[in-house]
Design a protein around this ligand. Structure first.
Ligand code: AMP
Ligand code: FE
Ligand code: FE
Ligand code: ZN
Length: 278
């Protein structure tokens, strides 16, 4: 399977597989490259390069950086960022602390909804990783109150759900500045999922994406497994109009989500265009 899967997670954030397992899988699939994009951390980089050494797989070190707009998450991928960059690491450190505080608030909300999930179990599941909603969803699943991870999101944890708590994060334009300031190429992740993820939601607006492009953003992840055909067509056209690169990635999370590594890939031409933005 040629191509570059530019969006993947490991147990360094809310994925369930190790970076070594993802690299092995990428090599088995015959991928040309793997974007290593955990939420708000650069901690898998060294292990990623070590695991890929001698395999021919290109590692694209990156991050899926959290920003917020109107109480909803806007995820921004930053490729080739310098892991030593002070301002970016400072903001990611703050975000990880914020995730701790927010996890406690979400657990309190579940208690108010008569779901007896334990914060200790959530912390145990997250380990060293920044706590994400999937860790909380897994702990809720273990209580037996719901049948599947997706049901936890649909019933409680989606952006408009009764257990949702937004996190304080910078706005999307500031996110672009931080990522490009760290030498990265910034790409808005899955813009079609902005908001409550219901099919009637229009996704992230053209005006917001234009402001991100003006701040130096290099691309749009128009091809995401959870995008509708309409999302894909819309954001492809917008990318063309704004002279942005279209990227694709699986957003693999191990067994936290029903997605396969390599399910969506960026072709060599788009990858070269992205590299040229460095
Ligand atoms: P967080 O960064 O803690 O806000 O969690 C975001 C992560 O939760 C995303 O990367 C997805 O893995 C997952 N997520 C968010 N909303 C949904 C949803 N409606 N359905 C399934 N997974 C979701
Ligand atoms: Fe995630
Ligand atoms: Fe995301
Ligand atoms: Zn992701």
């Amino acid at each position: 399977m040629p191509g570059y899967d530019l969006h993947s997670h490991t147990d360094h954030s809310d994925g369930t597989t190790s970076i070594e397992a993802n690299v092995r899988l990428a090599v088995e699939l015959g991928l040309d490259g793997l974007g290593v994009t955990d939420h708000d951390t650069t901690s898998p980089f060294d292990a990623a390069f070590a695991a890929a050494d001698g395999t021919g797989l290109t590692i694209v070190p990156g991050v899926e950086f959290s920003s917020e707009l109107d109480g909803h998450s806007v995820h921004v991928l930053g490729f080739w960022i310098d892991p030593e960059n002070g301002p970016l690491q400072a903001e990611m450190g703050r975000l990880r602390n914020e995730r701790e505080r927010r996890a406690e608030q979400i657990v309190e909300k579940f208690h108010g909804l008569d779901v007896p999930v334990s914060i200790d179990r959530v912390r145990e599941l997250a380990g060293e990783a920044p706590i994400g909603r999937p860790h909380i969803a897994r702990a809720v699943l273990e209580t037996g109150a719901v049948a599947t991870m997706q049901e936890v999101f649909d019933t409680y944890l989606a952006d408009d759900g009764p257990a949702y708590v937004p996190k304080y994060a910078v706005d999307p334009v500031r996110a672009i500045e931080l990522l490009t300031g760290a030498g990265g190429v910034a790409v808005v992740a899955h813009p079609g999922l902005f908001g409550a993820r219901n099919q009637d939601e229009p996704g992230l607006s053209d005006a917001v994406i234009e402001s991100m492009a003006a701040a130096g953003m290099g691309g749009i992840e128009a091809d995401h497994p959870d995008h509708t055909p309409e999302n894909r067509a819309h954001y492809r056209d917008l990318a063309k109009a704004l002279n942005l690169v279209v990227t694709a990635g699986s957003d693999y999370h191990g067994d936290a989500k029903e997605l396969q590594l390599g399910q969506a890939v960026t072709d060599a031409a788009a990858f070269s265009a992205l590299e040229a933005r460095r």
